[in-house]
Design a protein around this ligand. Structure first.
Ligand SMILES: Nc1nc2c([nH]c(=O)n2[C@H]2C[C@H](O)[C@@H](COP(=O)(O)OP(=O)(O)OP(=O)(O)O)O2)c(=O)[nH]1
Length: 136
């Protein structure tokens, strides 16, 4: 007997927010899955929402700021043990500047050459590498 399993992945947008040569990095809280891993803030695409709308909504919910979504970068497809995802990064800038930590443990502004110092969520590693290669 052949069993065909449908494989579905979730789409997650994330924001590489740039300011004065630095990039905003966010540490997941202890309560989130992937606790204390570093990521680019963002989240799951809901229903028929377009990607930029999703990202602006997530950033407002997580950090309390408005962003401009500037440029899409290549996705990374990643499989965690319980989750298959497409992580879709966008270069972004801030429209408003007062960041509130509504979900994350911490945020840091890092110059590109320091990005590799952090303990990134596995799905982010190829995105960080791509960004360093192309935008350093
Ligand atoms: N937002 C974001 N999520 C990431 C990144 N890298 C990465 O592996 N993820 C994972 C963590 C989550 O499993 C998923 C995104 O979901 P989410 O941000 O809505 O967070 P969550 O799972 O805590 O939310 P929820 O299921 O509790 O609603 O993608 C990243 O850079 N940004």
């Amino acid at each position: 007997m052949i069993i065909i399993t449908q494989s579905v992945h979730i789409k997650v947008t994330c924001a590489i927010i740039e300011k004065e040569g630095k990039v905003l990095c966010a540490q997941r809280s202890e309560k989130m899955n992937l606790p204390l891993k570093w990521e680019f803030p963002g989240g799951k695409v809901e229903g028929g929402e377009d990607l930029a709308t999703c990202l602006k909504r997530e950033i407002k919910e997580e950090l309390g700021v408005e962003i401009d979504v500037l440029k899409r970068l290549p996705s990374n497809f990643h499989i965690y043990s319980n989750l298959k995802l497409e992580l879709i990064p966008f270069r972004c800038s801030l429209q408003t500047f007062e960041i509130d930590l509504l979900e994350h443990a911490k945020v840091l502004w890092l110059p590109v050459e320091k990005l590799k110092d952090l303990d990134w969520a596995e799905a982010d590693v190829p995105i960080v590498d791509y960004y360093i290669q192309n935008y350093k």
